[in-house]
Design a protein around this ligand. Structure first.
Ligand code: BTN
Length: 232
């Protein structure tokens, strides 16, 4: 069961650092503010205090289930929780961004270490426009800048945890097939011109192993991981 025990710190460097191999599977860490929030590719994740859902989950995936797929599982869970809060469709920009209206509202970071995976999810909830980072490659938004409402962060966290528990259980049993439909229906990159891990072309789909298939002048290329730059 994902969500227990819960460790909450009013402030910390990063919730990713509050969990480790001594914690039980499903343990979570949350905070109201991170002073050194971690993003993918060594980047920082910055938020104004008290505005976001900042969550890390300790997971012990069964043998044969690739940890990088957890970015997609976490992304689908976050996208569905955001959809429930907003009443609007959300997409997943492979491999780890949750988008609404072509803006990033959430990011997912799966870090494997010491035989466990720490899955981090950050959702921009109540930031005003001037509290969001302006210098990101993909424009950022919060739920509040999208619908003008202040959202209950604990309620959003509850809904995220319930969704993650369900999807993670299914993924442990059946792998990515179990979440493939939910993922494919929210594929932000499909049909867009992209450059991914040095491969330029048109994104076709996410395959059943979680790779991005890109159609190039020399055929279909499966991209395993990396940063995607897309044309609008
Ligand atoms: C990204 O988009 O680059 C991933 C961002 C992940 C941010 C979350 S916030 C909770 C957890 N703690 C961290 O330091 N990072 C993740």
């Amino acid at each position: 069961m994902i969500g227990r025990p819960r460790r909450h710190e009013p402030e910390c460097e990063s919730t990713q650092l509050l969990l480790g191999p001594d914690d039980p599977a499903g343990a979570i860490a949350t905070t109201d503010h991170q002073t050194a929030g971690r993003g993918r590719h060594g980047r920082t994740w910055v938020e104004a205090p008290g505005t976001s859902v900042l969550l890390s989950v300790l997971l012990r995936p069964p043998p044969g289930r690739p940890a990088p797929q957890l970015s997609l599982v976490g992304g689908v869970a976050a996208a569905i929780a955001v959809e429930e809060a907003l009443g609007l469709a959300a997409q997943i920009k492979w491999p780890n961004d949750v988008m609404v209206d072509r803006r990033k509202v959430a990011g997912v970071l799966a870090e494997a270490r010491d035989g466990v995976v720490v899955l981090g999810i950050g959702i921009n909830v109540n930031q005003m426009r001037d509290q969001l980072p302006a210098d990101t490659r993909v424009a950022a938004a919060s739920l509040r800048t999208i619908d003008g409402r202040v959202h209950d962060r604990e309620r959003l966290l509850d809904s995220l945890l319930a969704m993650l528990d369900d999807l993670y259980t299914r993924w442990c049993e059946d792998g990515l097939d179990a979440v493939y439909e939910d993922l494919g229906a929210r594929d932000f990159l499909r049909g867009r011109r992209v450059t991914a891990d040095g491969v330029a072309g048109t994104a076709q789909m996410i395959d059943r192993d979680g790779r991005l298939l890109v159609s190039t002048g020399s055929g279909l290329v499966a991209v395993e991981s990396g940063e995607v730059v897309f044309e609008r």
